[in-house]
Ligand binder design. Structure first.
Ligand code: AHG
Ligand code: MN
Ligand code: MN
Ligand code: MN
Length: 331
């Protein structure tokens, strides 16, 4: 490792020192998620060679056909954390129910939520995909077998969140509330190296990201907002839509802009899931100086009612998100 390079472990230890009450539970959790992501990255990067692309002949709670890599990534995330004694339960896109810690292992005070593989429809066509995760603390006084109720916490209660993007390089971006930091995987040594400290999204950008095939199903304010962006008098926007939330989000975080997956007349609450897609990314974007809304309220203020609840998501630079909200409020 070049002199002065900071790897993830060193960064977490330094950050832990800034919080005297930190016990290291947290460092261990993030390190374990990083380990799982290295294994997933290895499989993603040779998906065409080994028999891990294609369908797993199973369907998840959303009625989505599970890809083999969905199921594989889910397994790796669970195995990386279930024995640490730091978690009392997990929730994942690919598991209908709450995932309990095996009884042979001690329970901890944290709850982990994750989308083990985001953008699955892009696996077989070699387009960037990702993993999204969030960490909560179990509410004080809650004892007994963890259940859905433990996860019904607003994103404001997140203690850390992040994502991994399996793209031209593999990058982990995470925040524990003290800035947003990006680490790039150096596969030659298997280490995540700090490459993007204190990431901030530009106040405004030139990119809008939305699936325009749904145009005729959107509500009027959404259609008006997109028309406003397309005919903007002062700036030239460009449309970018990858179809992997993590990839669209990451590009906008770096360059500025807005991603929208609004509700529509067919899917009133949109397609993205609050607990393990919208809330963790909303936590990241707010820590990077941006905004995230469902069109009515901040994503981080929404208290989930069910584990796999869907929520419209408008997320990115302040100027574009605030402009969208003006259209929704009819201003
Ligand atoms: P996942 O692969 O975890 O189910 O998520 C897919 C999501 C998200 O990654 C992306 O933004 C969205 O699906 C794309 O949906 P459309 O194809 O309907 O645009
Ligand atoms: Mn899915
Ligand atoms: Mn997803
Ligand atoms: Mn997924």
């Amino acid at each position: 490792m070049e002199k002065g390079a900071t790897n993830l472990n060193r960064f977490l230890i330094e950050e832990q020192r800034a919080f005297p009450e930190a016990t290291g539970d947290f460092t261990m959790l993030i390190e374990s998620i990083a380990f799982a992501s290295k294994i997933i990255s290895r499989e993603v990067n040779k998906a065409g060679i080994v028999n891990i692309i294609g369908k797993a002949q199973s369907v998840n709670v959303h009625g989505e056909e599970q890809q083999k890599l969905d199921v594989y990534a889910d397994r790796k995330m669970i195995e990386a954390m279930d024995h640490l004694g730091k978690l009392c339960a997990m929730a994942s896109e690919e598991n209908d129910e709450v995932i309990q810690v095996p009884k042979e292992y001690p329970k901890g005070k944290y709850l982990a939520v994750f989308d083990p593989l985001d953008g699955s429809s892009n696996i077989d066509v070699n387009i960037s995909i990702g993993t999204i995760f969030g960490i909560y603390k179990r509410q004080d006084g809650e004892t007994g077998t963890p259940c859905c109720k433990d996860f019904m916490q607003p994103g404001r209660k997140i203690v850390a969140a992040g994502y991994v993007i399996y793209g031209s390089s593999t990058m982990m971006v995470y925040s524990a509330g003290n800035g947003v930091h990006g680490f790039t995987l150096d596969p030659s040594i298997g280490e995540y190296i700090l490459s993007h400290p204190y990431m901030k999204i530009p106040e405004t950008g030139k990119i809008y990201s939305i699936n325009e095939a749904n145009y005729h199903k959107w509500d009027e304010p959404t259609r008006k907002f997109v028309e406003h962006i397309k005919n903007h008098s002062e700036r030239e926007y460009t449309a970018r839509y990858i179809g992997s939330l993590v990839a669209d989000f990451h590009r906008n975080l770096l360059k500025g802009g807005v991603f929208l997956y609004p509700g529509d007349e067919k899917n009133k609450r949109g397609k993205l899931r609050l607990l393990y897609e919208c809330a963790p990314l909303a936590y990241i974007i707010e820590n990077a100086g941006g905004m995230a809304t469902n069109g009515v309220q901040d994503i981080l203020d929404i208290v989930p009612e069910t584990l796999h609840q869907k929520e419209p998501l408008i997320i990115g630079s302040k100027y574009e998100v605030e402009t969208y909200l003006k259209y929704q409020r009819g201003e």
